[in-house]
Write a protein that binds this ligand. Structure first.
Ligand code: NAG
Ligand code: NAG
Ligand code: NAG
Ligand code: NAG
Ligand code: NAG
Ligand code: NAG
Ligand code: NAG
Ligand code: NAG
Ligand code: NAG
Ligand code: NAG
Length: 602
C-alpha cells in the first residue's frame, strides 16, 4: 500500500516542491478542453504537449506574435507611466530600499504614502493574480507612527517605514490570519509574532499583508498546482497569462516582481523560495537552515525549512536577511550559526566578489534533467559562463554529483519530510492560543480537509498526509538511519562532496534544477535573474492549464554553497546581477499603475 502510494506520488506530483527538484515536469499532457484554456484578455496559448516535449500547434506562432504585440504595447505604455515623476519619486515597479529611504529622508513622501500606493497596486492586480490574501488593517496606523518617529529624529535603520509582505505561513499576533492557505486555521491565534516577523517589526518594517501560497507549502496533495490554496485561490505569475507562479512562496514572488511591496518573505523546504524567484524575474535567497528562526512559522520539516527574502535586487535581499537572521532561543537550530554572529550580507555585495572564485558545474545533473522545454534555459546558462569568467571566476565543468541519478528516483527525501511534518505540525498546533476548529494533529487536519467543501477535496487529494499518517515519524527509531542515508544525497554524493573534491567556492546551476541538491543538507542558494523564454517559444501548459513555458517567462541562475556560506553566495550573485541587469530586459504583461505621486498628500 505504502509502496504503491509512493510510486503514485512520484508519478503525479506536479511541483518540484518536495521531491527532487530536477525531475522533469512530465505528465499525461493533453490538449486542454476549451473551458480550461487561459482567457482571452491574452492570446490563446493553445498547444499540445507530448510526454517527450512540445509540439507547437498550427497557429501557435501567430498567437505568440499577438502576445508579443500586446506585450510591447503594455510595456511602452508602462514605460511612460512608470517614469519617475518630476519630483523624482522612484517608480514602484523597481524601487529599491536605497531609493525609498532617500525619498523618505528628504520628505518627498511618507510611509503612509507608500502604504496607500502599495495597497492600491495590490487591488489593481489581485483579481487577476490572487497574489495577496489579506492586507493588514493596521498598516496605515503603523506607517503613521513610523513617520512620526522619523520626524522626531529617530531612525531604526534601512527598513524603517518600508512595507513588506510575508507569506501566509509566517504567524503574526495581530488582526491578520495565518492559515498556510487552509480554512482550518482561519481565525486561529498565536501567542506572539513569529520571530522573523517580530524582527522585521522591530527594524521598522511595516507588515503590509500576507501573500498567497501553495497550500501547506505544497505539502498536502500529490495532485495540485503551484500557487493554489483553498483560502487564497489560484495565483498566477505576471509574465504570461495564466503563468504557473511556481511555489510555494508564490504570492511573495509575484508581489516582489510587480512592486506590490518593497519586498517579501517566503519559506523554503525544497524550492519554495528559489522557484518562484526563478520564474518571476526576481532574486530569492534561500538561507542556510538555522540562519533564520522558524519559530511560529507553519512547518513542513524542521530539518529543511528556512525563511528568506524574495526581492527585486540582491542588495535589498541582503538587507532583509540581515534583519531576520540570528540566534533565537525558540528555535535551537539557530544555535549552529558560526560564533553566533550574523555576517554583514550588505557589505558582501561587491562587484569584485566573483574575482578568483572557482565555480563548479555538475554536468551530469544538466544531462539528467534537461528536457525540450529547458533548452533556452541551458543556452542562457552556458551564455552566463562568459560573464562569470570576465568577472574573474574560473568555471570548472564536470564537477558531477555522484549520486544524482539515484537521488532523482529516491523516495527517501519525501519520506523524511513526512516524518518531520507529522510531529512538527502537531507542535505548531499546540502553540495556538485560539484554535477555532480544535485541530490538534495531522489526523484532525485531514478529517477537516476532507469534509470542508472549500478545501476542494477530493479533486485535490491528501496523498502526502495519507502516507505520513501510515509511516513512522521523526521520533521513531527508524528515522535516524534513514535521515543519515538521505543526507548523503546532498553531502558526499551531491553538493557538499563536489565543493570539497574540486575545491570550489560555489556550484552554479539553472535555478530550475537547483533546489533539491541543497535541500537535504540545509545548504544555501541564491537565485538571480538570468534570462527568459524567447519569442517563438511554444506555449506549454500543465494538466490544470497553468502555463509552464512561453515567450517572456523568465528564469534564473543559482549559486549553491556550503552551509553558512550565504554571504559569499550573495556577493557572487550581486556581482553577476550588476553586470547583467537581466530583470530590466523583460517586462510583465500586467503592471499596476498607481505610483507614489498618485497618493502623495491624499
Ligand atoms: C524534443 O522534441 C523533438 C521533436 O520536437 C523530439 O524529436 C525529441 O525527442 C525531443 N527530445 C526530448 C528530450 O524530449
Ligand atoms: C482584491 O481587489 C478587489 C478589487 O479591487 C477588492 O474588492 C478586494 O477587496 C481585494 N481583496 C483584498 C483582500 O484586498
Ligand atoms: C481573518 O479571517 C477572518 C475570518 O474569515 C476575517 O473576518 C478577517 O477579515 C480576516 N482578517 C483579515 C485581516 O483579512
Ligand atoms: C498578542 O496579542 C494579544 C492581543 O492583542 C496581546 O494581548 C498580547 O500581549 C500579544 N502578545 C505579545 C507577546 O505581544
Ligand atoms: C489531477 O488533477 C487533474 C485536474 O483535475 C486531472 O485532470 C488528473 O486526472 C488528476 N490526476 C490524477 C493522477 O489524479
Ligand atoms: C531546543 O529548544 C526547545 C524549546 O524550543 C528546548 O525544549 C530544547 O531543550 C532545546 N534543545 C536543545 C538541544 O537545546
Ligand atoms: C560528468 O557528467 C558528464 C555528463 O553526464 C559526463 O559526460 C562526464 O564524463 C562526467 N565526468 C566525470 C568526471 O564523471
Ligand atoms: C472546540 O472545542 C471547544 C471546547 O471543547 C468547544 O466548545 C467547541 O464547540 C469546539 N469547536 C469545534 C468547531 O468543534
Ligand atoms: C510518532 O511515532 C511514535 C511511534 O514511533 C508515536 O508514539 C507518536 O505518537 C508519533 N507522533 C506523532 C506526532 O504522531
Ligand atoms: C486577495 C485576493 O486576491 N483574494 C482572492 C483569493 O482567491 C479567491 C478565489 O480565487 C478570490 O475570491 C479572492 O478575491
Amino acid at each position: 500500500m505504502l509502496q504503491s502510494l509512493r510510486s503514485r506520488i512520484l508519478e503525479t506530483l506536479s511541483s518540484r516542491d518536495i521531491l527532487p527538484r530536477y525531475r522533469p515536469a512530465e505528465g499525461p499532457y493533453q490538449l486542454l478542453p476549451p473551458s480550461t484554456l487561459p482567457d482571452l484578455q491574452s492570446p490563446d496559448p493553445q498547444v499540445t504537449m507530448t510526454r517527450k516535449g512540445l509540439c507547437p500547434r498550427p497557429g501557435s506562432r501567430v498567437l505568440a506574435l499577438v502576445f508579443l504585440l500586446l506585450l510591447i504595447s503594455a510595456v511602452s505604455a508602462g514605460v511612460i507611466r512608470h517614469r519617475p515623476g518630476p519630483s523624482g519619486h522612484p517608480a514602484l515597479l523597481e524601487a529599491t530600499i536605497d531609493e525609498l529611504q532617500a525619498g523618505l529622508a528628504s520628505r518627498r513622501f511618507t510611509s503612509v504614502d507608500l502604504v496607500k500606493a502599495y495597497i492600491a497596486r495590490i487591488h489593481e492586480v489581485n483579481d487577476t493574480l490572487h497574489a495577496v490574501t489579506e492586507i493588514n488593517p493596521d498598516a496605515l496606523a503603523i506607517a503613521r507612527e513610523l513617520d512620526n518617529e522619523r520626524l522626531r529624529g529617530s531612525f531604526r535603520g534601512p527598513l524603517h517605514g518600508l512595507p513588506i509582505l510575508i507569506k501566509n505561513n509566517i504567524a503574526t499576533n495581530d488582526s491578520m490570519n495565518t492559515t498556510a492557505g487552509s480554512w482550518a486555521l482561519v481565525g486561529a491565534k498565536v501567542p506572539r509574532d513569529a520571530t522573523v516577523a517580530q524582527k522585521l517589526r522591530a527594524a521598522g518594517a511595516i507588515l503590509l499583508g500576507k501573500t498567497n501560497l501553495s497550500q501547506w507549502a505544497h505539502f498536502r496533495s500529490v495532485n495540485t498546482t503551484n500557487g493554489w490554496s483553498a483560502y487564497g485561490g489560484q495565483s498566477y505569475g505576471p509574465y504570461f497569462p495564466k503563468q504557473d507562479p511556481w511555489g510555494s512562496s508564490s504570492g511573495s514572488g509575484i508581489s516582489s516582481a510587480l512592486g506590490l511591496a518593497l519586498g517579501c518573505l517566503g519559506t523554503e523546504t525544497d524550492g519554495s523560495i528559489v522557484d518562484p524567484a526563478d520564474f518571476n524575474n526576481i532574486v530569492g535567497i534561500k538561507p542556510t537552515v538555522g540562519l533564520t528562526s522558524r519559530h511560529l512559522v507553519i512547518p513542513v520539516s524542521e530539518h529543511q525549512d528556512t525563511v528568506g527574502p524574495l526581492t527585486r535586487t540582491v542588495k535589498d535581499g541582503a538587507h532583509i536577511l540581515r534583519i531576520i537572521a540570528g540566534a533565537d532561543p525558540l528555535d535551537n537550530y539557530t544555535s549552529s550559526i558560526p560564533q553566533g554572529k550574523v555576517p554583514d550580507f550588505v557589505a558582501a555585495c561587491q562587484l569584485s566578489a566573483l574575482s578568483g572564485v572557482r565555480l563548479g558545474v555538475p554536468s551530469n545533473v544538466l544531462s539528467i534533467l534537461s528536457t525540450n522545454t529547458t533548452e533556452p534555459i541551458l543556452e542562457s546558462f552556458y551564455g552566463a559562463f562568459d560573464i562569470l569568467q570576465a568577472a574573474g571566476a574560473t568555471i570548472v565543468e564536470d564537477t558531477n554529483f555522484t549520486s544524482a541519478a539515484e537521488f532523482e528516483s529516491s523516495q527517501l527525501p519525501t519520506i523524511i519530510l513526512e516524518a518531520d511534518f507529522v510531529v512538527n505540525l502537531q507542535d505548531y498546533l499546540s502553540s495556538l492560543t485560539y484554535n477555532p476548529n480544535n485541530i490538534s494533529s495531522l489526523a484532525d487536519l485531514r478529517r477537516f480537509t476532507q469534509s470542508f467543501p472549500l478545501e476542494d477535496y477530493p479533486q485535490r487529494d491528501t496523498g502526502l498526509w495519507d502516507q505520513a499518517l501510515q509511516n513512522w515519524n521523526n521520533t521513531s527509531p527508524q528515522f535516524w538511519p534513514a535521515y543519515q542515508q538521505n543526507l548523503v544525497y546532498g553531502d558526499e554524493g551531491g553538493l557538499l562532496g563536489a565543493l570539497k573534491r574540486y575545491d570550489l567556492d560555489a556550484v552554479i546551476l539553472p535555478t530550475h534544477f537547483s533546489s533539491s541538491f541543497a535541500a537535504t543538507v540545509g545548504a544555501p542558494i541564491v537565485s538571480v535573474p538570468m534570462g527568459f523564454y524567447p519569442a517563438g517559444t511554444p506555449v506549454s501548459t500543465d494538466p490544470w492549464g497553468l502555463v509552464e513555458a512561453a515567450p517572456n517567462i523568465p528564469f534564473g541562475l543559482s549559486f549553491l554553497g556550503a552551509r553558512f556560506d550565504d554571504a559569499k553566495l550573495i556577493g557572487m550573485a550581486y556581482a553577476y546581477e550588476q553586470r547583467t541587469k537581466i530583470r530590466n530586459k523583460v517586462s510583465p504583461y500586467i503592471v499596476p499603475q498607481t505610483e507614489i505621486r498618485d497618493v502623495v498628500g491624499s
